[in-house]
Ligand binder design. Structure first.
Ligand SMILES: Nc1ncnc2c1ncn2[C@@H]1O[C@H](COP(=O)(O)OP(=O)(O)OP(=O)(O)O)[C@@H](O)[C@H]1O
Ligand SMILES: N[C@@H](CCO)C(=O)O
Length: 296
């Protein structure tokens, strides 16, 4: 029976809205086998909230692989051991989609190449920046062109360590995208595109300080502020404690600080700032994951 290990991901990295994602060393483990009926069990994160029926996104992803190769969709037995917090901005939905795709592809003897899994995943998730690093690992630049996906994977820069403050409240990507404007000023677009380009060049050169300077954003974070109490104070606290940069993780509410090496005092400062604004949170120190989803 295939058992898939799939990493958490942090999308956007500040300016790279819907275009950049980084895999993290925090994993869900998902076992999948054919069965007469659909049977889903969940242990760990999301055990009280994750759908157990045909609306489960890992099931829908597995069914999509069978349909894509012209096979009748069977029932499945799917067992989740989840460590990625759900609806916090750490790619839980992308991990579930990727686990379903990779597991089903293994059950069928690997008919679909990786490029096709990336493009199926992007279609199922709606945006590609979490699913691509969840599949490929590392830092991924990804572009949607209609039904096609173009991407380039980079190794994570050496020495990078992340302090992640994960609030106890959930925020769905749907709600967090709902506050974004339909139009933005040209100067804000230029602000972001110049920083995104610099961020990738700096990551390739392994220049963590320059990466840090490139991680500001004007396209999504300013609009999401009002959904996350204390967010500017948490950002300020992380920078003051020595982070190179700090961003929302994906669509939030988790806040992720980019540091050179292990800096627990950054996580502690973020936690205190959240708590001063009435938000309980957990802090994790994570490293970038070079490896994407694997069978284990
Ligand atoms: N293991 C899982 N199996 C099935 N569905 C899941 C699983 N994990 C998460 N989900 C679904 O994904 C939803 C959360 O997705 P959402 O995109 O809002 O947040 P996220 O993926 O955790 O964060 P982000 O996309 O910002 O990184 C949950 O409410 C749940 O319906
Ligand atoms: N790029 C997406 C990531 C959400 O997972 C967003 O910020 O809405």
């Amino acid at each position: 029976m295939p058992r898939v290990r799939v990493p958490a991901t942090t999308a956007n990295l500040g300016p790279g809205f819907d275009a950049l994602g980084l895999a993290l060393e925090l994993y869900d483990y998902v076992s999948i086998e054919e069965a007469p009926e659909l049977e889903i069990t969940v242990q760990g994160e999301g055990e009280n909230s994750i759908p157990r029926g045909p609306d489960n996104i890992a099931y829908r992803a597995a069914a999509a692989v069978y349909a894509r190769v012209g096979r009748k969709v069977p029932g499945f037995k799917i067992a989740f051991e989840n460590h990625i917090p759900v609806a916090r901005g750490l790619g839980s939905s992308a991990a579930a989609v990727v686990a379903g795709l990779v597991g089903a592809n293994a059950l069928l003897g690997y008919p679909l190449p990786q490029e096709e899994l990336v493009s199926l995943a992007a279609r199922l998730e709606g945006h590609p920046d979490n699913v691509a690093p969840a599949l490929l690992g590392g830092l991924v630049v990804v572009v949607l062109n209609g039904q096609q996906v173009y991407y380039q994977r980079l190794d994570p820069p050496p020495g990078l360590s992340l302090q992640v403050a994960i609030p106890h409240f959930t925020l769905s990507t749907r709600v967090s995208r709902g506050v974004l404007p339909a139009m933005v000023p040209v100067e804000d677009a230029v602000f972001n595109l110049s920083r995104t380009a610099l961020l990738i060049a700096a990551a390739q050169a392994g220049d963590l300080e320059l990466m840090g300077k490139a991680m500001e954003d004007r396209l999504h974070q300013p609009y999401r502020l009002r959904l996350i109490p204390g967010m500017p104070y948490v950002f300020e606290a992380a920078l003051k404690a020595g982070a190179l940069a700090v961003t929302l993780s994906g669509s939030g509410p988790a806040v992720i600080a980019f540091c050179r090496g292990s800096l627990p005092k950054v996580g502690k400062a973020m936690k205190e700032a959240f708590e001063e604004h009435g938000v309980k949170c957990e802090v994790k120190e994570l490293k970038p994951a070079s490896q994407g989803a694997i069978l284990c």
